[in-house]
Design a protein around this ligand. Sequence first.
Ligand code: APR
Ligand code: ZN
Ligand code: ZN
Length: 361
Amino acid sequence: MAQHVRGVIARAKGEPVELTTIVVPDPGPGEAVVDIQACGVCHTDLHYREGGINDDFPFLLGHEAAGVVESVGEGVTEVAPGDYVILNWRAVCGQCRACRRGRPQYCFDTHNAKQKMTLLDGTELTPALGIGAFADKTLVAAGQCTKVDPAASPAAAGLLGCGVMAGIGAAINTGNVGRGDSVAVIGCGGVGDAAVAGARLAGARRIIAVDIDDRKLEKARSVGATHTVNSREADPVEAIRELTDGFGADVVIEAVGRPETYRQAFYARDLAGTVVLVGVPTPEMNVELPLLDVFGRGGALKSSWYGDCLPSRDFPMLIDLYLQGRLDLDAFVTETVGLDDVEEAFARMHGGDVLRSVVVL
Ligand code: APR
Ligand code: ZN
Ligand code: ZN
């Protein structure tokens, strides 16, 4: 039986979001209906509602979520009703070239649920990132659900579904930060702070946070930064060198997504160090680097998409570390709000004080 529940939709480009009634059908083969308990408010949701991703309006927003599986369709073995799960963007196929080469994070052929949720008048909804979790319930592919320990609070757990995982993964997966490393993180919003937390988890010795806003630097300290640099006041490349005995950092994580900060990351790394770009640039951005410097410095220039995470490996692991007090996910939850407060949460996003607003249901 299809169910009528509340959902937050973006009806048309640039219009404020709207809390309305949506229709969630029963799960088909390979699908699950999840009772959403919490969903973080991410820049990407705002980007959808501004028309910056595509024109497939109306969107059902929300994609950083945790909840309980309510029902599953035919053939589902991954999860069962009652399982506490974190949702991820893509159910990987297991068969494409990327999957076969052991890089399912780059799967070309994801098997997300078919778009079947609608408005009351039958208009099809496009779920943000294939999820759509600013809703009492949502329909996803069972492969988008990863079971984790139900002792973790939904507000904290849901964060692993997107930005916080991107940051932690940029450090522990893409950057491969090791015990004793020096790490610099440029840009300390939610993603950069999560990279700081990831570096701490990995046993980094020095974690240098760089931002242009002192409030951000203070927050970065609270999640594990050992040093901070305000790059409006000091040259960050010089400062990072000084803080690393003149060498530069073993791993530099760029979490802004701009040419000038990428350039800083490039020059702030140790010879043979690694630069990880996790900030998302826009199409018109270019960066020019002397090729001789690329050649002469060795090391690795990497980018990190969704923290190179494998949900089935990383979500349960990080939740256990959280429950053991070794990863403070609660530090990323600035406020909890209701389903009717998403538009206001968007407005607060750029104020500088909010890491994450989380809708709790
Ligand atoms: N140098 C250093 N820090 C900067 C600079 C700069 N030139 N410009 C901006 N920042 C800081 C901001 O002060 C802020 O703390 O970068 C941080 C960006 O944080 P948010 O806007 O909160 O973004 P966040 O959610 O962390 O995402 C960061 O990753 O996922 C991508 O699209 C996302 O590109 C974005 C990036
Ligand atoms: Zn997101
Ligand atoms: Zn695949």
